[in-house]
Design a protein around this ligand. Structure first.
Ligand SMILES: O=C(O)C(=O)C[C@@H](O)CO
Ligand SMILES: [Mg+2]
Length: 390
């Protein structure tokens, strides 16, 4: 079997979007003076879909949501020529070709996300070629079904947050991730608002459920050190991305305070990136995203590393490309789950592009043994609301 073609298309959403309310999520831009909404650069309203076809007609699907137009250019210009004509079963060789040939500029960020999209499509082909789901090629079924956590609860009016939490508690979710709205730039008022929002959500979900707290790189080390003791009483399962991804020392200092487990990784890349995080004990939960970190080839290696360090892997964002990694290792106890909503930040946009994503039932997800590859097809229902660029 040989790879015959690589097609990367950018899906730009032109449909209705729900503008997020102010301060809906702290983020790295909060510390930079700006007259525009600080989260405006963190939108996922475009997505690049990669289709790789083999000479015997198998088509593998990959995807990338980080800087999708740039990712497409990297795939078209640099990565496609490296894999066309090659055997997809030589996936480690192909991964190394892509990684080493772009190493001068591509070891982290959008280039690694582009490599991930190609790698996902290759693994989809592998599963389809042997009529097995991808998780069966990685270690098989380690769970009867996958526990997942409800992930939204952007900072809005507290009553709205409580109603949202109640709605999904009633649907059987036993774990929730909420977003802080404030950070160092919002001074003491922001501290109070942050604490009020956690108290409000705990009031609804109680303490028999897991609560995770998301900062999305919006704090700094000094602020986080002040916040951790104030948050401890709410018994969070983890505090996510309190500082920017490059501040590995800050992560390690916060994690080693031992007050609240620190999580991160959705903005880290490659096996080596996670080797650093683990060696420095910088995180207590690893959260790579398989469509960023280097695809399934890289994520499978990181799973083994996390198993060796006894650090759980709970991949960022849910989505099928992550569920196969969670299903296939005991090192990954649960998955993130973005519910279907009107398009807002765009975390939910994949629901409008792909069919096959599992719907959470009572806080669990299921993958089928009889669906080969990643289990996704392209959705036709919303094509009129996307501008698609070849
Ligand atoms: O789901 C996450 O972990 C994210 O970081 C998503 C982002 O939109 C901030 O919530
Ligand atoms: Mg996050």
């Amino acid at each position: 079997m040989k790879i015959k073609s690589v097609r990367a298309r950018v899906y730009e959403w032109k449909g209705k979007t729900v503008p997020p309310q102010g301060n809906f999520c702290s983020n790295a831009m909060d510390l930079v003076y700006s007259k525009t909404e600080t989260m405006s650069t963190f939108r996922f309203h475009s997505w690049t879909v990669v289709e790789i076809e083999t000479d015997d007609g198998i088509v593998g699907l990959g995807n990338v949501a980080l800087a999708p137009k740039i990712a497409k250019a990297i795939i078209d210009e640099y990565l496609a020529p490296l894999v066309i004509g090659q055997d997809p079963w030589d996936y480690e060789y192909l991964w190394q070709r892509m990684y080493r040939s772009t190493h001068a500029w591509g070891r982290k960020g959008v280039a690694m996300a582009a490599i991930s999209a190609v790698d996902l499509a290759i693994w989809d082909i592998l599963g389809k070629s042997v009529n097995k789901p991808v998780f069966k090629l990685l270690g098989g079924r380690t769970k009867e079904k996958i526990p997942c956590y409800y992930s939204k609860l952007y900072r809005t009016d507290l009553k709205e947050m409580q109603d949202e939490a109640q709605k999904f508690l009633d649907q059987g979710f036993k774990a929730f991730k909420m977003r802080f709205g404030y950070g160092p730039a919002h001074l003491q008022d922001g501290v109070k608002e942050n604490l009020k929002s956690v108290e409000a959500v705990r009031e609804v979900i109680g303490y028999d459920t897991d609560l995770m707290l998301e900062c999305y790189m919006g704090w700094n080390l000094e602020y986080a050190k002040r916040m951790l003791p104030k948050l401890e009483k709410f018994e969070p399962r983890w505090l996510e991305e309190p500082v920017i991804a490059d501040d590995i020392g800050g992560y390690a200092e916060l994690n080693n305070m031992g007050i609240i487990p620190i999580s991160g990784g959705e903005h880290e890349f490659s096996l080596y990136g996670f080797q650093q995080l683990l060696e420095k004990k910088a995180v207590s939960v690893v959260q790579y995203d398989t469509n960023r970190v280097g695809g399934i080839t890289a994520a499978h290696k990181i799973n083994a590393l996390c198993e060796a360090y006894s650090v759980p892997v709970i991949p960022h964002a849910g989505q099928m490309h992550n569920y196969h990694l969670t299903m296939s290792t005991l090192a990954s106890p649960m998955a993130e789950y973005f519910p279907i909503f009107d398009v807002e930040v765009g975390n939910e946009l994949f629901w409008y592009i792909f069919d096959g994503e599992p719907i959470a039932e009572n806080g669990f997800l299921q993958l089928r043994d009889d669906v080969p590859g990643l289990g996704l097809t392209l959705k036709a229902d919303y094509l009129d609301q996307f501008q698609i660029t070849e």
